[in-house]
Design a protein around this ligand. Structure first.
Ligand code: NAI
Ligand code: MG
Length: 347
C-alpha cells in the first residue's frame, strides 16, 4: 500500500462530470491525512473530439500510463457518431492497457429495491474477460449493402488469455468466504472455444483445491440470475457473455445507479481503470439528478485494488448505511448524496 495516490481523472461526458466530482469528494474525505492524493484531469470524450477530432492519442496513452489508476465517469454523447468514442477511446484503452479482467460486483444491499420477488441474497462478482472473444475486431464484410452481404465476427480465444483470467477468478473466489467459482459458457454448442475454456478451467482448478467449482451454460445462467441468484459467488466468463449477464446482474441487484466496475490489469504493468457501469445519461445530464453511488463504489474498488482495503470498506459501509435510509428521505441531488457519503466516511 502506497502513501501517495496519483490518479488520472476522466469525467467524460454528460453525467460523467457530475458523478466523478462526487466520487472525488468521497475519496478526499476517506483518505487518511498522510496519504497524499494527486489528481490530473483529462478532457477525453465529446468535447475533445469536437475540438480536435482526437479520441486518444499516443501521447495521451503515455500520459495516462504514469498514474497509479484511472477514474472514469462516462464517455459518449449523441453529438458524436455512434462507435467513434466507443472504439476510439473505450475499447482502444482497454486493449492498449491490457485490461483483461473486467470486474463487476453485484451485491443487493438492505433497503435497495430489486425487481425479483422477495429480497433474495445477492452477493457475487463477475470476472469478465476483457480483451478477447468477439470484441477484437476480427471479422469483415463482403458484398456490403447487397442482398448477398456476408459478415463475420470471429471470437478469438487464446489459452494464454483464458488462463490468466481464469486464474484471477480462482484467486478472487479463494479470498471470499464461500470460495465458489462458476464457469459460464456455452460449451455444448460453441465447442471449440468452450472446450478451451473448460479445459483451462479444470486444469487451473487443480491448483485451488479449496475452491468449489461449477459450470453453467450462459442461457441457463440468465434463468438462475433471476430465480436463484444466491447460488453465485464468483462467475468467470468470456467477453460477450460477461457483457450481457452483467447488465442482468446490475438490473436484479439494485440497478444502474449502484453498479460499479473495474477494468483491471492485474500485473500492474498499466494502470487499471474504475468506472460506473452506466453511461453518460444525456437525458438527465446537467440537472443534478444522477445518482453518484455507482461512481463512489467504483472508487472503493479502486482503493481496494491499490491496497487501501480499510478505506474501501469505509466507503462500502457508508453506501450501505445511506442506501438503507434512502427510502425514508426526500429525493436528493447528485451533490447532496455525495455530501452525505463524504460525511459518513469522514465521521
Ligand atoms: P446510460 O447508462 O447512460 O443511461 C440509461 C438510463 O439510465 C437513462 O435513462 C439514464 O438517465 C439512466 N441512468 C444512467 N445512469 C444513471 C445514474 N447514475 N443515476 C440515475 N439514472 C441513471 O445508457 P445509454 O443511454 O445507453 O447511453 C448514453 C451514452 O453513454 C451513450 O453515448 C453510450 O455510448 C454511453 N455509454 C458509455 C459507457 C462508458 O463510458 N463506459 C457505458 C455505457 C454507455
Ligand atoms: Mg454493457
Amino acid at each position: 500500500m502506497s502513501r501517495s495516490l496519483n490518479l488520472a481523472v476522466i469525467p467524460g461526458d454528460g453525467i460523467g462530470q457530475e458523478v466523478v466530482a462526487e466520487g472525488l469528494k468521497v475519496l478526499s474525505a476517506v483518505l487518511p491525512q498522510d496519504v497524499k492524493l494527486e489528481t490530473k484531469e483529462y478532457d477525453f470524450g465529446a468535447r475533445r473530439y469536437h475540438a480536435t477530432g482526437e479520441t486518444l492519442t499516443d501521447a495521451d496513452a503515455e500520459a495516462l500510463k504514469q498514474h497509479d489508476a484511472i477514474l472514469l465517469g462516462a464517455i459518449g454523447d449523441p453529438s458524436v457518431p455512434s462507435g467513434v468514442l466507443e472504439r476510439g477511446f473505450l475499447l482502444k484503452l482497454r486493449f492498449l492497457f491490457d485490461h483483461h479482467v473486467n470486474l463487476r460486483p453485484s451485491k443487493l444491499l438492505p433497503g435497495v429495491a430489486t425487481p425479483l420477488a422477495g429480497q433474495p441474497e445477492i452477493d457475487f462478482i463477475v470476472v469478465r474477460e476483457g480483451t478477447e472473444g468477439p470484441y477484437t475486431g476480427n471479422g469483415g464484410t463482403i458484398r456490403k449493402g447487397t442482398p448477398h452481404e456476408v459478415a463475420t465476427e470471429v471470437s478469438v480465444n487464446t489459452a494464454f488469455g483464458v488462463e490468466r483470467v481464469v486464474r484471477d477468478a480462482f484467486a478472487r473466489a479463494q479470498a471470499r468466504p464461500r470460495k465458489k467459482l462458476t464457469l459460464v459458457h456455452k460449451n455444448n454448442v460453441l465447442a471449440f472455444a468452450g472446450h478451451l475454456w473448460t479445459n483451462v478451467f479444470n486444469a487451473v482448478a487443480q491448483e485451488f483445491p479449496d475452491v468449489t467449482t461449477d459450470y453453467i451454460h450462459v442461457d441457463a445462467a440468465t434463468i438462475y440470475l433471476v430465480t436463484d441468484p444466491a447460488r453465485f459467488d464468483v462467475i468467470v466468463t468470456d467477453n460477450l457473455f460477461g457483457d450481457i449477464i452483467t447488465d442482468l446482474a446490475a438490473a436484479v441487484s439494485g440497478g444502474i445507479g449502484v453498479a460499479a466496475s473495474g477494468n483491471i490489469n492485474p500485473s500492474g504493468e498499466f494502470p487499471s481503470m474504475f468506472e460506473p457501469v452506466h453511461g453518460s445519461a444525456p437525458d438527465i445530464a446537467g440537472q443534478g439528478k444522477a445518482d453518484p453511488t455507482a461512481t463512489v463504489l467504483s472508487v472503493a474498488l479502486l482503493l481496494r485494488h491499490l491496497g487501501h482495503d480499510a478505506e474501501a470498506v469505509r466507503i462500502e459501509d457508508a453506501v450501505s448505511a445511506d442506501l438503507a435510509e434512502r427510502g425514508t428521505l426526500p429525493a436528493r441531488s447528485t451533490s447532496e448524496i455525495g455530501d452525505a457519503l463524504s460525511a459518513r466516511v469522514a465521521g
